[in-house]
Design a protein around this ligand. Structure first.
Ligand code: FES
Length: 199
């Protein structure tokens, strides 16, 4: 499925309604496409353009600017190994090399079974637990080679299904309170002045 389907389209429409300008909802809507499809398909991006009243080029230009969006298929598990300074000093490159050897794929590549994509990334903000990585943007710190192999085993066996959602899922908890479209419009409108307040 490439266009937003029945599980995602209502969420997209509700999100668009939160913004004064539909185009402001582009990033969250692109994340919905990626959550549904695992990456940004051409048809999915065309649907976003349609929903926001934009050209496909505008959507594509934005999507390709950000590291978290993929316009090509990636594995079920996106393994992002940090090699920035704290991790570099604590074995980040050795961990990346081990990940490549262990999974049999170079950084940027995907295993033939489509399970794992490995990438090298800049600081992910877990410097105190270097070397570290994320899997589908969930953090794992102080990762040894043995720990990496154990992590891969757990992922493959589905033992971390509660911790690591499918690639593209930013959050599995849905907001049930707080900002709503009508409330957003009210809060941005200029309140009526009482007659005594008029000059
Ligand atoms: S340098 Fe690796 S998390 Fe900051």
């Amino acid at each position: 499925m490439s266009r937003l389907g029945p599980d995602f389209l209502p969420r997209a429409i509700a999100t668009i309604a939160l913004y004064p300008e539909p185009r402001s909802a582009m990033l969250p809507i692109l994340h919905l496409v990626q959550e549904q499809n695992g990456f940004l398909t051409e048809e999915g991006m065309a649907h976003v353009a349609e929903l926001l009243g934009l050209s496909q080029a505008e959507v594509y230009g934005t999507a390709t600017f950000y590291d978290m969006f993929f316009t090509h298929p990636v594995g079920n598990y996106l393994v992002s190994v940090c090699t920035n300074i704290a991790c570099l000093l604590n074995g980040g490159y050795e961990l990346l090399e081990h990940a490549e050897q262990s999974l049999g794929v170079k950084a940027g590549g995907t295993t033939p079974d489509g399970q794992f994509t490995v990438e090298e990334v800049e600081c992910i903000g877990l410097c105190g637990n270097a070397p570290c990585l994320t899997v589908n943007w969930r953090f794992f710190g102080d990762v040894t080679n043995e720990g990496f192999d154990s992590l891969v085993g757990d992922l493959t066996a589905g033992r971390l299904a509660e911790t690591v959602p499918p690639h593209g899922t930013l959050c599995r908890v849905r907001r049930t309170v707080g900002l709503e479209a009508a409330a957003a419009v009210e809060s941005t409108s200029v309140p009526e002045l009482e007659s005594g307040e008029r000059s």
